[in-house]
Design a protein around this ligand. Sequence first.
Ligand code: ADP
Ligand code: MG
Length: 714
Amino acid sequence: MDFTRSQNLNESRQAADIAGFTPSPASGNLLLQQPVTEARAIGGRRAELFLRLGVKTNEDLLNLLPRDYVQFQGHVDVSRLAAGQKATVEGCIIQTRMIRRKRSRFEALLEEATGRCILVWFNRWDLPDKITPGCRLRATGTVSFFNGRPQMMQPQFECLPDTPGPRAVAAIEPVYPATADLPSGTIRQIVLANLPDLLADVSEWFGADALASKRLLSRRAAYEAAHRPQSLAEAQLARHTLAYHEFFIYQLAVALRRAAQRNKAGACPLRADDLVDRRIRALLDFSLTDAQNRVVKSLRSDLAAAVPMNRLIQGDVGCGKTVVALYAMLLAVASGRQAALLAPTELLAEQHFLTLKRYLAASRVGVGLLTAGVSAADRKRTLSDAADGSMGILVGTHALLREELHLKHLALLVVDEQHKFGVQQRAVIRDRYVSVHMLIMTATPIPRTLAMTLFGDLDVSTIDQSPPGRGKIVTRTVPTVNRDDVYTFARKMIAQGRQVYVVAPAIDDNVGGMQNAVELAAELSAGPLKDCRIALLHGRIDRDERMKTMEDFRGGRIDALVSTTVIEVGVDVPNACLMVVEHADHFGLAQLHQLRGRIGRGGNQSYCILVSDQQTEEAARRMAAMVRHSSGFKIAEEDLKLRGMGELIGTQQSGHGDIAFTDLLFDPYLLPAARAHAMELAGRDPHLIQPAHMHIRRELLNRFARTLSLADVG
Ligand code: ADP
Ligand code: MG
């Protein structure tokens, strides 16, 4: 790798420091915080275009990193060009012409010693002035052949001095995440025009020794090299450096928050002895898997402590997280305390409520349900039972949190399907229930090290095993033209006594001509599934009917359940073996995997059929991922690559940085190293009061004081 330049930069900076001339950092990133409209070459309309890319401040502009780099190759003889090759040619323009049609086409014929090559550009009215017969040009692009002659469409080009000199040094051009109105080249010009000012305001977090030992550039050198690299290796090192800093600051925020939390509050230690353990297990008509037992063991030791538990249980759909949560909740009840279980949707809360009641049928533990759909009378009773402590377990939606819920003896809060909300929301809950044990469950599992890092404020347990006797799931995509075959197949499954889910993207509107659940149910009962028992389920159906429908489906009195994604999580009917998703390309990966998780719960082979005409490349990648991977870990990884980590960790960090570094999340060394570094610093200087940490402290407060209520760090 090429470290020379960085050393020069670091050295020159040190020299400047020694001379007593330190460019602005001590003044507090003033320039970086300013709106980007203050930057050079960004006026009203351009500012709007930048806003669309998420660039609001100067700092955002600095963080608008190239998504790729193109290296101008040393040039190739025209006679040796091959189709599909990316190449650079150099020669003399001998002829040009402009063809005006709906879009203009400008052609230039380039000639050099070994042959001729046609260069073509569209909608470039400016080119006839720049590229004229007689001028020398260097062009880089992908080669194709037309009538046996090589050509390049839309090549990048440079005009050269008239006489051929020595071969130019390879130059590297950054490729920015452009939009149609804001091409990469324009972004580049604007970034470069502002770069010197912005760099002067970038703060350094680590000393020269630390950077050298970690083989990183300084932040300033990294930003410079990312936007204006001199080699691909340097660009790579720059990304690596910036990612390290980003990961570091996030980890540090989480570590400090965690330490602050630890010191704040004691929790009620729960009873977790063997007698209680035996009683709980006796309620189950199966034994726990090894993976479940491992998690239970951690829970028992966490909950017996006087420090609030902060644990994440991650495991693929259907691996049996609910039972484990039930175990924890019963420890609370056994200690004469209460537990609450929160779910993201009403349907899921209702399903959890019914499931818990079934598990607890043989016990005296009181379970209550509290959602927006519950009648006023029931609600009043539930709240009063909850308030006086006679109800052991309360199930509700996240909205429960916002209400004035008074659980007199609340000791444990279980939050299901955490993938719906992130660090920030977690911080809100934590701040409200400071001394309550917290258990979070997610079915969007990610590799353990990554989870530890992204959810650094939590201890992570993974259930990596399914209960025995589960059938396999086959996943296929089917184009819309062949949908009839899908329902013929569904009919066959129903004839064999199996049950079927059919999911549509909307309840009853027809945005973009899409199927909706109401029409779909009508269509299916009129035609393909004529003699079958079909029911409709969506979020606007009232609670009693919804619960009845689910009980009928569970009881086998309904063959096909047509619904929206309300059934995405929590529904558990082992006899259902077919999941049909209409317009599957309109769903996200995590969502599709959740939907698929509704089947394969019994011993029979199950089928997930994604009806979709992939309109975009991204949709095609999602469908391919579903077909290829059955593991939630793999799906989550793909999802992360497609969407970036900002969404997963739910902070409001700059949107570009995180997308730009998504691939580096999977680097086996980078994240763990940044995390270890952050932990080490948090241990050594928990209030960041040492002068050397001043810049880190300010950066941390700037970014996280509000979102993670870190104000008390300082
Ligand atoms: P998750 O919430 O992880 O998606 P659930 O807790 O809903 O999964 O469990 C899925 C199904 O597996 C439920 O019907 C549950 O009763 C069953 N189950 C859970 N653990 C076991 C086990 N150890 N052995 C057999 N069945 C189990
Ligand atoms: Mg679940």
